[in-house]
Design a protein around this ligand. Structure first.
Ligand SMILES: [Zn+2]
Length: 211
């Protein structure tokens, strides 16, 4: 009953990707053959895609530049991050950083700067510079998003129940400036069993000097 989307003109013409709102995995794609092969195990078919879309269970991923520009944020010049207005953030961030970090958008998988980053270092909040994650807890989740099994500290991030679209998810935000970082899921590796599924556009990697 399921039809391969690879032969579907409907999806190929769309050149869009759709992710499950619950687990963040990409289920449908009109992208390159290589990416489709990577995602093949999660592809279910056009009929299911249409039905899921109608039920509001899929997120159409944000389209935009595949490369991350450096944030214009200068953490030293802001005392109260929560006092910044939307216009302030627009001036400090690139359009994609603003869309993801301040408007809870989601970058397309396998396009962000850090999903395949393997160097040693620290991942800071792209908005306020707070250290959030370490390369020590980063793992290859196969999702195309930078994934960690733990934050640098419990105080670095905060969680919020995300009940949008009839789903129960746990959103992860920067504890200092409320930037949207991604979601956390209970299917990660040991020792925590958690998968912090983050957006590259919400992060700024700082490689360790010796690496
Ligand atoms: Zn922040």
């Amino acid at each position: 009953m399921f039809v391969s989307i690879f032969t579907s003109p409907l999806v190929q013409q769309a050149r869009l990707q759709y992710q499950c709102k619950q687990c963040c995995r990409v289920l449908y794609s009109g992208n390159t053959v290589q990416q489709q092969q990577q995602q093949q195990r999660t592809v279910l078919g056009v009929a299911f895609w249409r039905a899921s879309l109608q039920r509001g269970q899929l997120t159409q991923l944000v389209k935009g530049s595949s490369r991350l520009k450096m944030s214009q944020s200068n953490p030293a010049d802001v005392k109260d991050w929560r006092a910044l207005t939307e216009e302030d953030w627009k001036a400090r961030l690139t359009p994609m950083q603003f869309e993801v970090a301040r408007r809870a958008g989601t970058e397309r998988p396998f396009t962000g700067e850090y999903w395949n980053e393997k160097r040693t270092g620290i991942y800071r909040c792209v908005c306020c510079g707070t250290p959030l994650f370490s390369s020590e807890t980063k793992f290859d989740s196969g999702t195309g998003w930078p994934s960690f099994y733990a934050p640098l500290s419990k105080e670095a991030v905060k969680e919020r129940r995300d009940l949008s679209h009839g789903m129960i998810r746990t959103e992860v935000l920067c504890a200092v400036c409320d930037a949207h970082l991604g979601h956390v899921f209970p299917d990660g590796p040991k020792p925590t069993g958690l998968r912090y599924c983050m957006n590259s556009y919400s992060l700024k990697f700082e490689p360790k000097e010796s690496s």
